[in-house]
Design a protein around this ligand. Structure first.
Ligand SMILES: N[C@@H](CCC(=O)N[C@@H](CS)C(=O)NCC(=O)O)C(=O)O
Length: 243
């Protein structure tokens, strides 16, 4: 008798998120799909070791990419908007329609995607994990510079925006909350989240987002993936004799 997992694998999903588990933009669209209850499949693409003809499916050579049958879309914000419009859900929309709430949610999403991403990715994630994956030492100086001088500005702004609130926009879950969480989760993987006492509302928001069933399921998969990647690296270094 075929097990449930085999049966599930036989069902061809029309919606596919092509990305990588530790990419914050892949995490954003994956969470949008999960929160909306969309059935989808995830397929791995490493943009730093891309498949042949990557540019033909991703003109900016970035992940994530969404396919829905023959339809293909790039950019996490465009993908989130598409999923929200194309798959009405009893859980409601994740992109507000009221003009001010809409504008504000998209602004917070943009702030997370650009400013927060830049400082976390360049300042913490890459010098921690990409260095290790390349067999290079962790760049503690770069991490300290980001944690001490760059990230506090980002956190202060977001703390002031979320202060006194549970969610960023419309007092309910929107793409703004998912986008901020998606970036901070990489700081969490690197063990560099700020203390709750320094940014009580922002860290409260993060904890509440992390406790959602969708985030919990994804986060444990990501931790397993990270552990596996780092263990592969350790064994390749010891086979090499270079560690
Ligand atoms: N604005 C894009 C940004 C996507 C992005 O920068 N993805 C990263 C991975 S997290 C990437 O593919 N980087 C490859 C590169 O920069 O060459 C989006 O929202 O999807």
């Amino acid at each position: 008798m075929a097990c449930a997992f085999t049966e599930w694998r036989r069902i061809k999903m029309s919606v596919v998120v092509h990305g990588s588990p530790l990419s914050p933009f892949t995490r954003k669209v994956t969470l949008v799909a999960m929160e909306k209850g969309i059935s989808f499949e995830s397929k791995d693409i490493n943009p730093y070791n891309p498949p042949d003809h990557f540019e033909s499916i991703s003109p900016l050579k970035r992940i994530p990419i969404l396919t829905d049958g023959a339809f293909r879309l790039n950019d996490s914000s465009a993908i989130a908007a598409y999923l929200d419009a194309a798959f009405p859900s009893p859980n409601g929309t994740i992109i507000p329609t009221e003009p001010k709430a809409l504008g504000y949610a998209l602004w917070i999403e943009e702030y997370a995607d650009t400013a927060l991403f830049g400082d976390i990715s360049q300042g913490v994630f890459r010098p921690t994990f990409i260095n290790q994956m390349r067999g290079e030492p962790i760049d503690t100086q770069m991490i300290e510079e980001a944690v001490r001088n760059k990230l506090p500005v980002r956190f202060q702004y977001l703390e002031s925006e979320i202060s006194g609130k549970k969610y960023f926009s419309e007092n309910r879950l929107t793409v703004a909350d998912i986008a901020v969480y998606a970036q901070l989760a990489n700081l969490d993987h690197a063990g560099q989240l700020p203390e709750q006492v320094s940014y009580p509302y922002l860290m409260g928001h993060y904890s509440q987002m992390k406790a959602r069933e969708t985030s919990k399921a994804l986060s444990s998969q990501e931790s397993r993936y990270l552990k596996f990647m780092l263990s592969q690296l350790k064994s390749s270094l010891s086979v090499d004799g270079s560690a």
